[in-house]
Design a protein around this ligand. Structure first.
Ligand code: NAD
Length: 260
C-alpha cells in the first residue's frame, strides 16, 4: 500500500534520515532527499537510491535554520514529485553548554531546525494530505523529548516541544486519515555519535569501549547503540495501514532509557 506514495524526509543525507529514506524507497515510495553538506556527495546518494530502488528520488538543500525554507521544501516536493503523502521531520542539530553560557544564537538555531521547521513543514503539508484523505507525519524527536540531560537545554526544550506539537497536531487531524507521531530514540549509531566517541575518549583518557559503556550509554540500559535500520523499520510500520490507530504517540526506542 505504500508503493507510489511520496515522502519528504528532512535531514536525509546522513544518519537516521538516510536510513529512513532508503527504507521508504525500498517500499516503492518516491522520496525527496534533503540535507546540507557536500552537494556532489548528496547528489551521488540521490542517484544511487534512484537506481537501486527504481523509484523517483529528488534532492533539496533548504537550510532549515531559516524555518520559512521548510515551506518551500514542502511546496517543491509536491511540485517535483506530484504531491506529498508522508512528512518526516528528522533534521536536527545538537549543542552542549551550561545554560548560563549557552550562546543565544545557538539556542535559536536549534529551535529553528528542530521545532520551528517541523511546524512550518507540517503546516504546509497538511492541506495536501487533507485533500487526499490520508497522510503520515513522523517527528524524529528523542528520548530527550520526554526526559532531560544537563547541558542540553536547547535540544531538550526543542525536543519536548516537538513531542507537544505531535500530540496537538494528532488531535486536530484525528478524523482525517492523517496520523502524527513522534519516534523517540535513545543513542543511535550515526556519524554524529561516532565522532563523539573519539572526542570523549580523548577528553576522559578512556578507551572507546569504556566511553561507549560508561559515558555515552550510561543512561541506556541495553548498553548498545540503536542501529539506524531499527528506526527506519519503525518509521515504515507507522506509515502502514496497520498503524492507522497509532496517533499522538511518543514512541520510545531507547533500550529502556525512559523506563527508569
Ligand atoms: P546526522 O547529523 O547524521 O544528520 C542530520 C541531518 O540533518 C543531515 O542530513 C544534515 O544535513 C541535516 N541538517 C542539519 N542541519 C540542517 C539545517 N540547518 N538545514 C537543513 N538540514 C540540516 O544526525 P542523526 O544522528 O541522524 O539525527 C537525525 C535526527 O534524529 C535528529 O533530529 C536528532 O536529534 C535525532 N536523534 C538522533 C539520535 C542519535 O543518537 N543519533 C538520538 C535521538 C534523536
Amino acid at each position: 500500500m505504500l508503493r507510489g506514495k511520496t515522502a519528504l524526509v528532512t535531514g536525509s543525507t546522513s544518519g537516521i534520515g538516510w536510513a529512513v529514506a532508503q527504507a521508504f524507497a525500498q517500499q516503492g515510495m518516491n522520496v525527496m532527499l534533503h540535507g546540507l553538506g557536500d552537494p556532489d556527495a548528496n547528489e551521488a546518494l540521490r542517484a544511487r537510491l534512484e537506481r537501486e530502488a527504481e523509484v523517483r528520488v529528488k534532492l533539496h538543500s533548504a537550510n532549515l535554520a531559516e524555518p520559512a525554507e521548510a515551506e518551500r521544501l514542502v511546496i517543491d516536493t509536491a511540485s517535483q514529485l506530484g504531491g506529498i503523502d508522508i512528512l518526516v521531520n528528522n533534521a536536527g542539530i545538537q549543542f552542549v553548554a551550561a545554560v548560563e553560557e549557552f550562546p543565544p544564537e545557538r539556542w535559536t538555531e536549534i529551535q529553528n531546525v528542530v521545532l520551528n521547521a517541523s511546524f512550518r513543514a507540517t503546516r504546509a503539508a497538511v492541506p495536501e494530505m487533507r485533500r487526499r484523505g490520508w497522510g503520515r507525519i513522523l517527528n524524529i524527536a528523542s528520548a530527550h523529548g520526554v526526559v532531560a540531560s544537563p547541558f542540553k537545554s536547547a535540544y531538550v526544550a526543542a525536543k519536548h516541544a516537538q513531542v507537544g506539537l505531535t500530540k496537538s497536531v494528532a488531535l486536530e487531524l484525528a478524523e482525517t486519515g492523517i496520523t502524527c507521531n513522534a519516534i523517540c530514540p535513545g543513542y543511535v549509531r550515526t556519524p554524529l555519535v561516532e565522532n563523539q566517541i573519539d572526542a570523549q575518549a580523548k577528553v576522559h583518557g578512556l578507551s572507546r569501549e569504556r566511553v561507549v559503556r560508561d559515558v555515552i550509554l550510561a543512561a541506556q540500559p541495553t548498553k548498545r547503540f540503536i542501529e539506524v535500520e531499527e528506526v527506519a523499520a519503525l518509521a515504515v510500520f507507522l506509515c502502514g495501514d496497520m498503524a492507522r490507530s497509532i496517533t499522538g504517540a511518543a514512541i520510545a526506542m531507547d533500550g529502556g532509557w525512559t523506563a527508569r
